[in-house]
Design a protein around this ligand. Structure first.
Ligand SMILES: Cc1cc2nc3c(=O)[nH]c(=O)nc-3n(C[C@H](O)[C@H](O)[C@H](O)COP(=O)(O)O)c2cc1C
Length: 337
């Protein structure tokens, strides 16, 4: 797959996920075989106002290059200004969010609201392109079931010079419910010449292969199935699942990297918050392992980083899948936003 001047050897992407796709997790996914890991959605207005909260999203590692930053905003002029700031901060590819269903985002004409106005969506892409970087867009299949206009939107974006289109084939109204309609991915792929990245309900390497075969998409983007399981990228390329020791080492490293990432902001007081933020990752990493419920109940009460690290080492060091011990697996997918 190519995105502008950037050629990728792999064809798996980590989906942008708010509160998840931070630098430490992106690096793990890259090492395990993801070809590209965009940031979570970043507010164009926040970038232009230069809030410290927004600037933190610009931080990335050299080995992430090409570094892809996802912007959201509904106003072409504001998006153009944010695109220049992102380029100067080191972004190599800019992705425009046209799928976020959250009212706070859509009220301002951003996210999935752009699907309702294809000419404005195209104007946003043109405005962002003026910064001189390749621009991609992540869309949904439409605003609601009465307006399934992904093909119209994709064509308008192609005319505006978009370098690739990622499609999550649910409508804004569906949120994350129901099944992703992969036939929509095939339809958009057939309608445009730019690369199409398929997304939605890929839960295994086998699903990724099936999505490529059934839709003809150029690459596959994986979101929720990578939560607590960045090894999915390796498994999708025929590699092995993690051993208990590998899992322990990765969870411990993720936790340490997360603390360091937060500490870089210079607020020591942020460490307790970082410990609390990491609990969701621990819940995901423990999913399906024997004793997960007891581990979670214990881990969510720990405030001290050293104590949590010791607890991580102890639990994940000898962890086994629940199905091998007869303990029921708990599916937490429904607990996600
Ligand atoms: C916790 C969470 C946060 C998300 N944040 C974003 C985001 O910042 N930008 C975006 O384009 N999509 C976001 N999404 C949507 C995902 O990128 C993806 O399109 C969706 O989860 C479907 O793919 P999946 O079935 O592989 O999870 C988010 C999804 C989840 C679960």
């Amino acid at each position: 797959m190519r995105i502008g001047p950037h050629a990728f050897t792999g064809d798996l992407l980590l989906a942008p996920m708010a509160g998840v796709s931070e630098r430490p997790f992106r690096l793990l996914a890259l090492e395990l075989g993801a070809a590209l890991c965009p940031t979570e959605l970043v507010s164009a207005a926040g970038l232009v106002r230069a809030t410290s909260r927004t600037r933190k999203y610009l931080r990335h590692a050299e080995i992430e290059r090409p570094f892809c930053l996802q912007l959201f905003g509904g106003d072409p002029d504001l998006m153009a200004r944010a695109a220049v700031i992102a380029r100067e901060a080191g972004a190599d590819i800019l992705d425009v969010n046209m799928g976020c269903p959250v009212p706070k985002v859509t009220k301002g004409g951003a996210g999935a609201a752009l699907l309702c106005d294809p000419p404005r969506a195209a104007a946003v892409v043109r405005a962002v392109r003026a910064a001189g970087l390749p621009v991609t867009a992540k869309i949904r299949s439409g605003w609601d079931a009465r307006h399934p206009n992904a093909i119209e939107v994709a064509r308008a974006l192609e005319d505006a010079g978009v370098a690739a289109i990622a499609l999550h084939p649910r409508t804004r109204a569906q949120g994350y419910s129901g099944a992703a309609d992969w036939e929509r991915i095939a339809a958009v792929k057939a309608a445009v010449r730019v690369p199409v990245i398929g997304n939605g309900d890929v839960r295994s390497g086998e699903d990724a292969r099936r999505m490529r075969a059934e839709t003809g998409c150029d690459a596959v983007m994986i979101g929720r199935a990578a939560l607590g399981n960045p090894w999915i990228f390796r498994e999708a390329s025929g590699g092995p699942p993690p051993s208990p020791e590998e899992r322990r080492a990765l969870v411990a490293r993720h936790f340490r990297d997360h603390l360091a990432f937060v500490a870089e902001e210079g607020f020591r007081s942020a460490i307790p918050a970082a410990v609390r933020q990491f609990r969701k990752h621990l819940t995901w990493y423990a999913r399906g392992l024997a004793g997960a419920a007891v581990f979670r109940a214990r881990a969510v009460r720990i405030e001290d980083p050293a104590e949590l690290l010791a607890t991580i080492d102890e639990f994940f060091g000898k962890s086994q899948p629940a199905r091998e011990t007869g303990e029921p697996e708990i599916d937490l997918r429904g607990a996600l936003g």
